[in-house]
Structures are given as C-alpha cells and as structure tokens.
Design a binder for this molecule. Structure first.
Ligand code: IMP
Length: 214
C-alpha cells in the first residue's frame, strides 16, 4: 500500500484528510509512527542478491533492446534507487525520466483512483519505453500509468519492477521484468518506505508489522 493507507493506521479512525497521499510529497498533517531500527528487521534480500538480480534484468533488457534506444520512466519516490542501479546495468542507449502519482486514501482501493502529480519531462512518442517501479502490488498504479503512457503513443511499452506481490493484485497486470516475486509481506529498504522512512536501507527487509489495509 502506499503512504496514505499506511498513515491511516496511525491517525484516528476516519479522520485522515482526503487527497494527501503521495509518494512524492509527505503529508504534514498526519501523525508519524514510531521509528523501528532497521537492523532489528529480518533481511528478505541482501545487497548481493539484489545486485545479482538487477544485473540479470539489465542484461536481459540489453539483449531485448539491442540496437535500440530506450527511455526508463521511474515512479517516484520508491523506484529511484532501483532505477539508478538498473540504468547502470543496461548496455543499450538509455535516458530516464520520472513520474509521481498520488491517490486518495481508502477510496483508492475501491475506486482505483490514482492521480498523476508529476508528468514526464520529455515526449515519448515513437520511443521504446520501460516503466520502472519498486513494487507491483494491487496493480492500480501501474495499470493507471500504463494507460496514461500508451496515450503518448510510444513504439513499445514494458514494465520493470523490483518486487512483485501477485497475491495482492486487484487488477490484471503483469510486469515484463521482475527481480523477485514475494509473498504478501510488507517490506522496506532499497527505495521502499514505511511512512517515508527506510528508503536508504541498502537491503530489503520485512517490516515487523503488516500495516492495516495491506
Ligand atoms: P499498487 O500496485 O498500485 O498497489 O501500488 C504499488 C505501490 O505501493 C508501490 O509502488 C509502493 O509504493 C507501495 N507498496 C506496496 N507494497 C509495499 C511494501 O511492502 N512496502 C512499501 N511500499 C509498498
């Protein structure tokens, strides 16, 4: 779940303001859960395991797009670290861009409402595009972004995700490149947050509690 769903667990029931969820900007009006030291959390994937998989995905992309240029579109903020490693493991000509999305708290799950709050900077018409995401969870974000990017008429459009939680899917969407499939556990690190924390943790760890709504 994205930040609003997670913040909701720590604000009084039903009182969370609408429209403040964002992976791009932190809502200021919601209470922040207590800090849990990441060293105490179980490691799901070590830095070495992550590096191996990112390298393998980078090689696969380099083979699949041999002779072409590609545009990587990272979804802020969670995918920033994965994108920076992935871009460095891709051998074909590549540029990158970023988008940011926001959604509307609990309403999101029922309505699927996702809103673009930062668009791409450069046109992608006729280009080979890969959307780069940290986690494919319910699929709402990526199906929204895929629809939006297809409107720009790219030559091709694929999805790369660091993690995939197939059990949580609400809409039918699959990624073309996946580092790891994981069960329904809430994780942090390698760009992924809990209430905006832990993005800088180098490995991927299991957060000790499953946030409500997740
Ligand atoms: P969805 O596929 O639209 O549900 O949204 C995926 C987004 O939810 C990801 O980009 C993450 O920001 C967030 N997310 C889902 N699961 C987790 C998790 O285990 N840890 C941190 N963020 C998560």
């Amino acid at each position: 779940m994205r930040t609003q769903m997670r913040y909701d667990a720590f604000s009084s029931a039903g009182s969370a303001p609408l429209g403040v969820d964002s992976r791009y900007s932190t809502p200021m009006s919601l209470s922040v859960p207590p800090y849990v030291a990441p060293e105490t959390m179980e490691v799901l994937f070590s830095t070495a395991q992550i590096a191996d998989r990112v390298k393998a995905i980078g090689q696969q992309i380099s083979e699949d797009y041999k002779g072409h240029s590609i545009v990587l579109i990272g979804v802020l903020k969670g995918a920033a670290i994965f994108l920076s490693d992935l871009a460095r493991s891709i051998e074909v000509d590549n540029t990158f861009d970023f988008v940011a999305v926001s959604s509307y708290g609990r309403a999101r799950v029922s309505s699927g409402a996702v809103k673009l709050i930062k668009d791409i900077d450069n046109p992608i018409e006729g280009k080979h595009v890969i959307i780069v995401e940290d986690i494919l969870d319910t699929g709402l974000t990526l199906s929204y972004l895929r629809g939006l990017m297809l409107q720009h008429k790219p030559a091709s459009l694929k999805i790369a995700t660091c993690l995939d939680k197939p059990e949580r899917r609400l809409v039918p969407i699959e990624a073309d490149y996946v580092c790891f499939q994981i069960p329904n556990r809430f994780v942090i690190g390698y760009g992924m947050d809990y209430a905006e924390r832990y993005r800088g943790v180098a490995d991927i760890r299991i957060f000790p509690e499953t946030p409500p709504g997740h």
